[in-house]
Design a protein around this ligand. Structure first.
Ligand SMILES: *Cc1c(COP(=O)(O)O)cnc(C)c1O
Length: 359
């Protein structure tokens, strides 16, 4: 695996190569695992195809370093994971037991995290005896049971068979935010007296105090090298091949709308990726790619499949330009894109060659 990525030379490739450093992902998981006590299990969130990077490869590499619980959003994602990875591990489904999911949940041994009394009723009716977890609303008001619904469920004998009770923090990336302590308090109140294993923390919650860790933590973004885990090892490198280069004269324009005009003679490279590859249109004129240590700004509008870049600062025509790597991180690009690393990663799309190994 490592060999494949290190051998893959962007100069030889027709489409961009998204390199995913699995060793870095393993190390990020181990670092996050060390932040909580040895009694706390560290799971891994691989929803949305492992934040766009490839859930199967990521789960496989994490299984090798000891991850035994994975979280996905939808049952279908869990089914794919169950089919591609062998071993003894649990798959939790954050969206719970949705209508039509029963078959997938049984045949692929998924554990739905039930969000409502309706889901609990469905689960009891259709899959009585099959493991489940309970998801609580502690203030985020997105998914989960309110206290009265939880009491109602707990009045059923089979509620004790829940294998996990969890909730999610709305503001864990802001350590000083009052919501953190508030949700922690609510979580304690709602789970008081229960002997079911508990989980509250995603990446941000792990970085708060031990009090947030409980029996199991659920990191996602930190594994993939992004904030709020500032100590994470970067995971992705993206080299995009140059299709064509040309010199343009002062006053000539580049791209759709002829919006960008050269104020001096320029050398422009056209590269093989665009907004269909998750490089948002709003990044036109606002972001740069890199060739080795040299910054090369995007000029003109970003097209669906192409981006034009000013390479005048280089003394050669480069074979490729780099979007993510030593000079620019995913979070670094999130700033001019007015978004967060999560959205950049999950937008990367299906057209890149993904190469797994050490970057
Ligand atoms: C996405 C998600 C996670 C992982 O969050 P990160 O911030 O990526 O670590 C954990 N728990 C729930 C409920 C989620 O939706």
């Amino acid at each position: 695996m490592m060999r494949e990525a290190t051998m893959r030379d962007p100069r030889q490739e027709a489409s961009a190569i998204l390199k995913v450093d699995l060793t870095a992902i393993q190390q990020n998981w181990q670092s996050l695992d060390r932040l909580s006590s040895p009694d706390t299990e560290t799971a891994a969130v691989v929803k949305a195809d492992g934040y766009g990077l490839g859930a199967a490869e990521i789960a496989r590499c994490l299984y090798r370093v000891g991850t035994r619980s994975f979280f996905v959003a939808q049952a279908r994602e869990g089914a794919v994971l169950r089919d591609t990875l062998s071993g003894d591990f649990r798959i939790f489904v954050l969206n719970g037991h949705m209508r039509g999911d029963t078959e997938l949940i049984t045949t692929h041994q998924l554990i739905p995290l039930l969000n409502s009394t309706d889901q609990f009723a469905r689960h009891r009716q259709e899959l009585s005896g099959h493991p489940f977890g309970l998801q609580l609303n502690t203030g985020m008001n997105r998914l989960g049971l309110d206290p009265e619904e939880l009491s109602e469920i707990l009045s059923h004998e089979d509620a004790n068979r829940a294998v996990l009770v969890m909730s999610h923090l709305a503001c864990a990336d802001e350590p000083g935010h009052a919501m953190n302590a508030y949700q922690l308090k609510r979580f304690h109140e709602m789970t008081h007296g229960l002997t079911i294993p508990r989980s509250l923390a995603a990446t941000g919650g792990i970085l708060l105090e031990d009090a947030y860790h409980f029996s199991l933590t659920r990191p996602g973004i930190g594994l993939y090298g992004c904030l709020p885990f500032s100590e994470a090892r970067p995971v992705v490198t993206l080299d995009i091949p140059v299709i064509q280069t040309r010199t343009i004269a002062t006053g000539e324009s580049v791209g759709y709308g002829a919006q960008w005009k050269a104020s001096r003679p320029c050398r422009v490279a056209t590269i093989s990726a665009g907004y269909a590859d998750g490089i948002f249109r709003r990044l036109g004129d606002r972001a740069s790619l890199w060739y080795e240590q040299q910054e090369c700004p995007i000029v003109g509008r970003i097209s669906m499949d192409l981006i034009t870049v000013d390479i005048s600062s280089l003394n050669c025509d480069p074979p490729y330009l780099q979007l993510f790597g030593e000079q620019q991180s995913v979070d670094g690009l999130a700033v001019p894109a007015d978004t967060i690393g999560y959205e950049i990663l999950t937008s990367l799309g299906g057209r890149y060659n993904r190469a797994y190994g050490t970057a």
